[in-house]
Every structure is written in C-alpha cells, then in structure tokens.
Design a protein around this ligand. Sequence first.
Ligand code: MN
Length: 322
Amino acid sequence: LHQQARKVGLIGAPFAKGQQPRSGVERGPDLIRAAGLLHRLQELGEEIHDYGNLTFEDIAEDEPVGGVKHVRAVGRANQTLSEAVRAVKMDGRVSVMLGGDHSLAIGSIHGHAAAVGQLAVVWVDAHADINTPLTTPTGNIHGQAMSYLLHELCSKIPTLPNFSWIKPCVSAKDLVYIGLRDLDAAEHYILKLLGVKVFSMTEVDRLGIARVMEETSEYLCARAKKPIHLSYDIDAIDPSVTPATGTPAAGGLTYREGVYITEHLCQTGLLSGVDLVEVNPFRGQTEHAIQSTVSTAVDLLLGCFGRRREGNHPADFILPEP
Ligand SMILES: [Mn+2]
C-alpha cells in the first residue's frame, strides 16, 4: 500500500505574545526548518510549498484588558494567521503551522474551518488551554485559545479589542484532548460541563496509546468523517525528551507515544491541518536539550505525513538488476 502524495503548505508564525514577549518561542519556525523539515517531507514524496514566515504588526499601546495580556497583538496576529491558513486550504493543501505560542491555534483553527467547514480537533498538550478571559490565572492567551473557538463557550467570552472577527467554529463533541496532566480548576470544570472527550495521562497509562487512538478516531468519526485539525503542543511530550518549552510538565508522553499519535492520525486519511507549537530554544539548558526538542518536533511532523517506523519507500522504487 503506497500513500498518495499530498500537497502540504507550511506557514511559519514567529509569535510569542500569547505568553511572554521575546520569550524565544518566536524562534520555533526557523529552528524546525533548519532541522531539515522540508527536505525530509519531500523525501516522503510530499509536494510541499513553504509560504514563509508571517510578519506581525507591532502594537504600541496594548495594556492588559481585565488581566488578559497583549490582547490587541494576539487578536491581530491571529486574524493574519487565520487568513493565511484559509488561503493554504483554498490552495488544496494540508496546512502546517509552525509556532510560536499556542495562542496561534485560534487563527489556525479558525482559518481552517473558514475554508473547509466543520472540523474535528485533536489537541495534544499537557494543558487544556481552555481558560476563558475571565478564569485565566496568568492572563496569557496561550492558555485560553480553545475557549474562543468553541460554540458552547461563546456566551462566556467578553468583548475584547481585535477579537471581534472570531466566530466560534468548533463543537465540544468534535474535540478530543490527549496528554493532559496540568489543569486549572476552571478548565476541569469546563471540560466536565461540556462533556469534552479527554484522554489525560491517566487514560494513556490505563489504556495504552494504541487504544487511546482507536477510541479517538472512533469517537470523532462516529457521526461523520470531518477533516481533522491536529494542534500539537510540544509540551505534551515528557520534558526529559522535549525540555525546551515554556511550561514543561512532568509525566508526559514518551517519544514513542507522541509519534504513534501522528502515525495513527496520518492513517485516518483525514488530517487536514496541523499546528506544532511552543518549541522554545531559550528554555533549553543545553544545546542537546534544544536539539532533542527540535528533532522531536520534526519527527512528529514527519509522522503526520506518512513516515513509518517500519520504513518507507517511494511508489516508483525499482530494484536494480545485476
Ligand atoms: Mn498548549
């Protein structure tokens, strides 16, 4: 069985204001490219176009709004990203967004939905990133991204400057979390209230990753086969493997579990948009820590596009005759 060549569109989003400005997470896209992502995707037979890095407007006056930080910058950046992802999807490509911090999922998922309609979202993360602007303990929007996207939470979201363009576009029943292990009380309450499907690290331990992924695709495909948006936070993986990230949490996915998730989603044939976020070289203590984080990010992306640990070969491979 040979995979069909997909068209892939890569967007770099060097943006950090969903957490601390100039934190280092804006270096993510170029580091992941420098580790050979494009070349290695091409080796897998993918037709890839790099749309380059987005540039984001500097906003001089951006005082916190009700404790929420960099609201105007995050709102504007995500509007730019949403348009860019929509354009990639209109080009018939699988969108790959390299972050940057996880607030960028707002624009990435919004743009994806604007192009294709209803989506299923698989959110792989140590955190749920579903605080509302009124429950956030830190004020950082990377911990709130999902709250702006869910239909079910729209009555809980106050009006914020540069956020008026956002239309909620994901239903709680079309969302699955994998890898959770560090949640705020409000987040846990919201997930229970909305009945969101969650495979926390406890479920990964109990069921094993193969069963978790089987149940994930059964759950998401039970009603209709919607295009899947995978939003992958590198902090889902255990910090012993991917230490160079802003909010590491002990007890994460192994490298193998992390890669298995991508292999499984690739095989559904429904993967339509991918985010890889929160790679932050400034948070790596050593060069090895940074390299391990970046190369894991690359391997997760390759898994999304057909790389198999059993090996791969081109569809037109010919065995030489003596
Ligand atoms: Mn996250």
